[in-house]
Every structure is written in structure tokens, then in C-alpha cells.
Design a protein around this ligand. Structure first.
Ligand code: GDP
Length: 480
């Protein structure tokens, strides 16, 4: 790590031990090589399999990406509404719903699926990610061109009952065995609350059908990676790519996501102004899902957590000033708080300004924005959200709110095992107020509950040791 960006030097290993490709322009995306200097946890080495596979992916992308000969050819068939296997190129199109945390989790899931199935990943331009993230692949864009016959507006309208939906096709028995009945593209509905037919996506039998379809369009709001680990035909590949299972999103996120210069400016200015000089940085992410669950007892919960876990010192209410024992300079801790409301950070900031700490430590509280409500799709709002996810990931220690994908992305990118603030129940702070996560990985909130082999319901958190139920959502699963 670094203390100030003035002293920042570009590290020798700016390609992150081979995770990043060579030959990308530096100045048009400064974060690509500078991020490593801000994220505190030492990056662990990606496996040689992963590095090899990423390079292979990049050459596939170069060969099949937008406006290549292969791409143009498949488009001709697509326009005719015809199935083709006349090129070696197959695609996954990612389309977005919900907030930025959800988007970053599902985009990485779609990319991993593309890696496993030798497909090229293209993103729906309607997702408006281009303003936030740099192009990750050399030479050829990852953005689906506007000449694609299915428009963003149509992607938007896809639902589980749409005729293009795979689950719907299965339900209505539309797909026969011959490829002549295969459509040129299929929509995969992987949105929480999806039905049993949609969930058959996670069965090998259906993977071998989907393998033949040239264009797969994925709409998802869930981090479905843990269930990919339960598909037998992917198992071996995955364990080669990720010997350390809790680092899947960590590597994928560091490979794929690099904030554009406009967002990087927000990030580094906030960091340099408020965080760089502190001896320690504590990130606290407060996500209120239900505004009835908002108020003094959530504040109590946050304070109880940071005291119990020794993240921040107590205050001394009976003293007006701290009298030092020696002439040592007091340590400073910078608290980065993120929330849609500024109430919590104001309370905590005032508390530390009005009373000395028992240790003499100086506590500075900073909240970069207070947007009041979610405004996904608004450029500046989304930039701030992404900036805050990254600023949280630069913490030395991190506290997150249960079940928030926003927090999941920050923790995994930063390589941090957060303390999770449990959801308050019945307007009371839970006890214990928070608990340490078992792994860095995000939680898959709504995994399928179907055993493809035995064709019956199953608890997917009990099948293998590396896929367990989440701390913050019992029916969810996560890699550990
Ligand atoms: P989740 O709903 O917590 O799982 O996270 P998402 O990121 O998917 O959706 C919440 C959205 O609300 C974010 O993308 C932001 O647009 C906004 N939001 C929520 N919390 C914060 C915050 O602490 N800071 C900022 N800037 N935006 C937030």
C-alpha cells in the first residue's frame, strides 16, 4: 500500500502477475495500473491456468468480437432468424438489471460462463457501463454494436415468459432434438424468483443443448458463480482455474473492472484528501433496504460492532480532553462511510468531535456522497457509486451490511473479509451486532434447489465442502 499518491510509484508488476494483458494504453485508463497501489491486501498469485485461459479468451475475442468477419457472418444468419454453426464463434450477451453491485456481480458471472464455454462476452450498450469501466480486452470492444438485430429495448423487455426464454421453450416443449429447431438466439432468465424451468440452466443436460446455440442472452441479478461449481462438466476446469475458491470474484473483478478516468479521478481525489494520511482506514458500508429499519438502533448496532471487534475506540464521555502520557503523536484512523443517507456518519463524526477517545486516537469520518435514493442510470450517481465501491475496497478493515451486493463487490475486490452487520429484526439491533465473513466471496442469493441427476429438490449448500450457505442469507450459497 501507499500513504499518499504523491509518493506513488508504478510497481514493477503492473500486470498483476500476468492477470492483465499487455499492450493496453495506459493513459486512457489510469486505474488499470494504479489500482494495485491502493488496494491494501497483497494480491495473491493467479493460477497459471487462469492466466493461460485469459490469454486464450483474448485471442478468441479478437477473432470473434464486434465487426470481425466471423461476427458479421453470424449476424447475417441472425437477421434471417436462422440457426447456424457456420462459424467457430459463439457469444454470451450480458444485459443488466438493478443496481451497480448486482451488475458487477452478474457481469463477472457471465464472463466466467463465457470462459468455461469458449464464448465471447459482449455487453448490452443499454447497461451504460462504458462510462464507468474501461474496455478490458485488447483491440476489440466488448460492447455489442448497435447493428445487432436485437435492441437494448428488447433486452429490457425480456421476461421469463417471453417466447425467446429458454425456460419458456422447455415449458412449452418447443425445442426438439434436431438442431433445425434451435433458434439463432436464446434468452436465459437468471433473475431471482426464476422458475424451475429457468433453473435447468444449471444442469449438464441443458448445458449440452445450450452449447449449440450461437447467441445466449443472459439477464441476471444474481451472482450465479457458486452454482457453476456444482455443474459436473465445469468442475475440473474450475478447480484448475481457481485452486483458491474464495478468490474467484477477486480475480475476475481485478481482471475485468477498471474504472474510467472520470471515475478514477473521483476515487483518487477522495482518497488523497481524506484517507491517504491516516494510520489506518476503516470502511463502513451502511445499506438500508427498508427505511422502516433505519434510525438510532442501527447506529447502536454499528457502534456495538466497531467496539466489540476493536475496529474503533470508545469515547470518554467524562473527560473533555485526552491527556497524553508521553509526547507521541496520536494515531489517526480514517473512517470511510458510505450510505444513501448521511445521518449515520454525521452522528459518528459528531460523537468523535465532541468527546476524546479513550486511547487518544484521532478519528476522522468521511462520507463521499449522500444520494438519498437509488438513481441507477444517472451518470453522476453511478460514477459516485462505483467510486465508493472502490474506496471501500481500499480499507484496511471493512464493515458491510448484510445481503448487499454493493458491499460484496467492495470486499472481494479489496481481498477483505468483512464484518457483516446483520439485518435488524423487529426494530432491534441484533446480538451479536456483526460477524466476520468466512470468505471473500459474494453470496448467491437465490441458488437453484434442484438435483439434476435425481430430479428432485436438494440443498445445494450441502453437496461439497467449498459451497456453503451464506452467513447473511441462509438459503443463499457461497464459495469458501
Ligand atoms: P444492493 O442493492 O445493496 O445489493 O446494491 P446495488 O449496487 O445493486 O444497488 C444499490 C444502488 O443504490 C447502488 O448501485 C447505488 O446506485 C445506490 N447506493 C446504495 N448504497 C449506496 C452508497 O453507499 N453510496 C452510493 N453512492 N450509492 C449507493
Amino acid at each position: 500500500g501507499v500513504n499518499s499518491s504523491q509518493s506513488v510509484e508504478v510497481p514493477k508488476d503492473k500486470l498483476l502477475a500476468g492477470l492483465l494483458p499487455e499492450g493496453l494504453d495506459e493513459n486512457s485508463c489510469l486505474s488499470r495500473y494504479q489500482l494495485v497501489m491502493y488496494q491494501k491486501q497483497q494480491m495473491r498469485r493467479p493460477s497459471s491456468h487462469l492466466i493461460h485461459r485469459l490469454r486464450k479468451y483474448e485471442s478468441l475475442h479478437r477473432k470473434c468480437g464486434p465487426f470481425t468477419e466471423s461476427y458479421n457472418r453470424t449476424l447475417e444468419y441472425m437477421k434471417l432468424g436462422k440457426y447456424t454453426n457456420s462459424t467457430d464463434c459463439k457469444y454470451v450477451v450480458w444485459t443488466a438489471i438493478h443496481g451497480l453491485g448486482n451488475r458487477l456481480l452478474t457481469l463477472a458471472s457471465a464472463f466466467l460462463y463465457a470462459l468455461l464455454t469458449n464464448r465471447v462476452l459482449l455487453i448490452d450498450p443499454g447497461a451504460k457501463i462504458a462510462d464507468l469501466l474501461c474496455e478490458p480486452f485488447p483491440e476489440v470492444s466488448w460492447s455489442l454494436p448497435s447493428n445487432f438485430p436485437v435492441t437494448s429495448r428488447q433486452f429490457n423487455a425480456f421476461r421469463k415468459n417471453s417466447p425467446q426464454s429458454y425456460g419458456n421453450m422447455l415449458k412449452n416443449n418447443i425445442l426438439g432434438n434436431s438442431t433445425s429447431t434451435l433458434p439463432p438466439y436464446v434468452f436465459l432468465n437468471l433473475v431471482g424468483g426464476y422458475n424451475d424451468y429457468d433453473q435447468l440452466f444449471f444442469c449438464d443436460e441443458h448445458q449440452s443443448i445450450l452449447q449449440k446455440v450461437t447467441w445466449l442472452i443472459i439477464k441476471s441479478d444474481i451472482y450465479f458463480v457458486p452454482s457453476l461449481f456444482l455443474i459436473p462438466s465445469f468442475e475440473q476446469q474450475l478447480s484448475n482455474l481457481f485452486p483458491e475458491k474464495e478468490l474467484v470474484f477477486h480475480y475476475l473483478g481485478r481482471y475485468l473492472y477498471h474504472p474510467t478516468n472520470s471515475v478514477w479521478g473521483l476515487i483518487t481525489r477522495n482518497y488523497d484528501t481524506y484517507l491517504a494520511r491516516a494510520d489506518e482506514r476503516i470502511g463502513i458500508q451502511i445499506r438500508i433496504f427498508n427505511w422502516r429499519n433505519h434510525g438510532p438502533y442501527v447506529l447502536d448496532q454499528i457502534l456495538a460492532c466497531v467496539r466489540k471487534e476493536h475496529l474503533l475506540p470508545r469515547i470518554n464521555q467524562s473527560k473533555s480532553i485526552f491527556i497524553p502520557f508521553d509526547d507521541q503523536k496520536p494515531k489517526t484512523k480514517a473512517v470511510l462511510m458510505t450510505s444513501l443517507t448521511s445521518w449515520y456518519s454525521e452522528q459518528i463524526r459528531n460523537m468523535y468531535l465532541q468527546h476524546p477517545t479513550v486511547t487518544g486516537e484521532v478519528i476522522q469520518v468521511h462520507q463521499p456522497s449522500q444520494e438519498k435514493y437509488q438513481q441507477t442510470g444517472k451518470q453522476m450517481h453511478d460514477r459516485k457509486a462505483l467510486a465508493e465501491i472502490y474506496l471501500l475496497s481500499f480499507s484496511d478493515k471493512l464493515v458491510t451490511s448484510a445481503c448487499s451486493t454493493f458491499g460484496y463487490v467492495a470486499q472481494s475486490l479489496g481481498g477483505l473479509k468483512p464484518w457483516i452487520l446483520y439485518r435488524p429484526e423487529k426494530l432491534k439491533a441484533p446480538d451479536p451486532p456483526c460477524q466476520r465473513a468466512v470468505s471473500l466471496e459474494p453470496c448467491f442469493h437465490s441458488p437453484p434447489s434442484y438435483d439434476c441427476k435425481r430430479k428432485k429438490g436438494i440443498d445445494t449448500g450441502k453437496l461439497v465442502p467449498h459451497v456453503q450457505h451464506c452467513e447473511d442469507r441462509k438459503k443463499g450459497i457461497k464459495l469458501v
